[in-house]
Ligand binder design. Structure first.
Ligand SMILES: Nc1nc2c(c(=O)[nH]1)N[C@H]1C(S)=C(S)[C@@H](COP(=O)(O)O)O[C@H]1N2
Ligand SMILES: [Mo]
Length: 243
């Protein structure tokens, strides 16, 4: 099939499938279905995910000049966060904090903050955008998630990286396109200092191509999977939040 007729075929296919099931089937066929397509509400998310994946497959989130860094970035969690054990970690300078990485990997690891700091680092000045309407620009310093996935030797059938926070309700996941994206960082620094407690210290995931809620703070575990059933709760937030 040549390019044009293939494109026509896709257009016809999408046009002919007004129903949610039809759209899901088409999206699935092209690897463009989000993992949360069970409900009617997910139609919008399927369209968002499919169109953004097609348009932004290789794109970068906008990076800003140093002069644009916000002087008083807003934090939406109390300092310290109200979780058992956090204060003890804080008192010892997060010496015993670990990032466990397991699941569909050949080489599970348990990484200290010092080890993560010794990995290749990248810094970027990007905007964190909250769905509630506020945002700030900051410099984020961390190691690319792709580096951690590389050392753990992710198995070929893996499709998602799930990340867990010390704040238990904050579990989320991204697909491999975002997990391996060069701007997706396991962050330990912000604006030239160690990542503050308010902004998720000692460790947060930074996913600058999606809304702020995907950048989970206080992360202590990553799990590589080929599906998200039974892992993510049905919440108020849609799984895919591309910006
Ligand atoms: N652990 C944890 N991660 C979190 C949140 C939270 O309350 N707890 N809030 C999320 C939301 S909704 C946003 S917009 C950003 C806020 O990041 P900030 O505190 O650096 O402004 O963190 C996200 N990650
Ligand atoms: Mo948010």
């Amino acid at each position: 099939m040549n390019k044009l007729s293939r494109r026509k075929w896709i257009a016809a296919g999408l046009g002919a499938t007004a129903g949610a099931a039809g759209l899901g089937a088409v999206a699935d066929r092209f690897g463009l279905a989000p993992p949360t397509t069970s409900s009617l509400y997910a139609v919008g998310e399927t369209l968002t995910y499919a169109s953004q994946r097609l348009l932004t497959r290789h794109s970068l989130a906008r990076e800003f000049p140093r002069g644009k860094i916000s002087s008083a970035p807003f934090s939406n969690t109390p300092n310290p966060p109200k979780v058992d054990g956090y204060a003890e970690h804080q008192a010892t300078g997060f010496l015993d904090w670990r990032l466990e990485v397991a699941g569909m990997v050949a080489n599970p690891v348990s990484l200290s903050i010092a080890e993560i700091r010794s990995f290749p680092t990248r810094s970027q000045i990007t905007q964190l955008v909250c769905e509630e309407g506020w945002s700030y620009i900051a410099e984020w310093i961390g190691t690319p998630l792709s580096h951690i996935l590389e050392i753990t030797e992710v198995l070929p059938k893996a499709r998602y990286v799930v990340y867990f926070s010390m704040e238990e309700v904050w579990v989320d996941a991204i697909d491999m396109a975002d997990a391996l994206h060069p701007q997706t960082l396991v962050v330990f620094g912000m604006n030239g200092s160690a990542l503050s407690v308010g902004h998720g210290g000692p460790l947060r995931l930074r996913v600058p191509r999606q809304l702020g809620y995907k950048s989970v703070k206080y992360i202590n575990r990553l799990m590589v999977t080929d599906g998200l059933k039974g892992i993510l709760r049905d919440g108020d937030y849609s799984w895919y939040a591309g910006i």
